[in-house]
Design a protein around this ligand. Structure first.
Ligand code: G4P
Length: 222
């Protein structure tokens, strides 16, 4: 009879492990931690736009971002990636984290022609619904080559116009896009589904199904 409390304890431990372990990936990042942080620290602004400036978009949690980048790298470890491409500015941190894990260079499309940009350029126009603007992005031709296998990395995916712009730059270079690794996808906006329908591999670490005054709901979470 005395064994029952022990069995009960074992059963609780087993249940904890059973429900906890699947959230840990081989790279060690706890994707539930990402959802928890989005819920705890995210602010929902009109749009709706999710402000996660405490760890991703303004102030950056470097350790956490390194883990997120490593997880994206793990998902594309067998894709023969030779280059990461992102767009300034908030995608750069996670792109560098991913590039460090894959040991490949990280190139970012620039939104401003600065004095240190020279040589021939690839350029395209991006219309941002989120920001309500059109802008030109450029990369120097010498850094994007026809034999590159390019992984796009960005912090957010909403309507997907930024990624479509990056795909256009990759096309212009004659390179190949192997996929897009995203930290937060707003699944209620069309970008992710449209890119997947077009045949692009899209891996998002957190997909938001709904966000409003009642809170944030993630795809695949209970
Ligand atoms: P869009 O077509 O609706 O504009 O969406 P897209 O997926 O192309 O994203 C455009 C830009 O807006 C991206 O910034 C993206 O990171 C940002 N964005 C979209 N939705 C949200 C949101 O809910 N929260 C936050 N924080 N950002 C969002 P970007 O072009 O990479 O530039 P930057 O804003 O990082 O400088």
């Amino acid at each position: 009879m005395m064994i029952f409390p022990e069995i009960q304890t074992l059963s609780i431990v087993f249940n904890c492990l059973f429900f906890y372990v699947p959230e840990l990936t081989k790279a060690g990042v706890n994707l539930k931690a990402l959802e928890d942080r989005i819920r705890a620290e995210g602010k929902i602004l009109p749009g709706p736009v999710l402000k996660v400036s405490s760890f991703l978009n303004h102030q950056m949690d470097a350790d956490f971002i390194m883990e997120l980048g490593a997880e994206l790298a793990r998902r594309y470890a067998d894709a023969g990636v030779t280059k990461i491409l992102t767009i300034e500015s908030s995608g750069i941190a996670v792109a560098v984290a991913c590039g460090a894990a894959l040991h490949v260079p990280v190139l970012f499309a620039k939104k401003h022609l600065t004095s240190n940009v020279s040589g021939d350029l690839y350029q395209t126009i991006v219309h941002s619904y989120t920001h309500g603007t059109d802008y030109t992005v450029i990369v120097e031709r010498e850094y994007l080559e026809a034999n590159d296998r390019v992984l796009i990395v960005d912090d957010f995916l909403a309507n997907g116009r930024a990624i479509e712009g990056l795909l256009d730059l990759i096309r212009q270079a004659g390179a190949e896009a192997v996929g897009a690794g995203i930290v937060i996808e707003k699944g209620f906006q069309e970008g992710g589904s449209k890119l997947r329908e077009d045949g692009l591999s899209v891996e998002s670490l957190a997909v938001i199904e709904r966000m409003d005054a009642d809170g944030i709901e993630f795809r695949g979470s209970c």
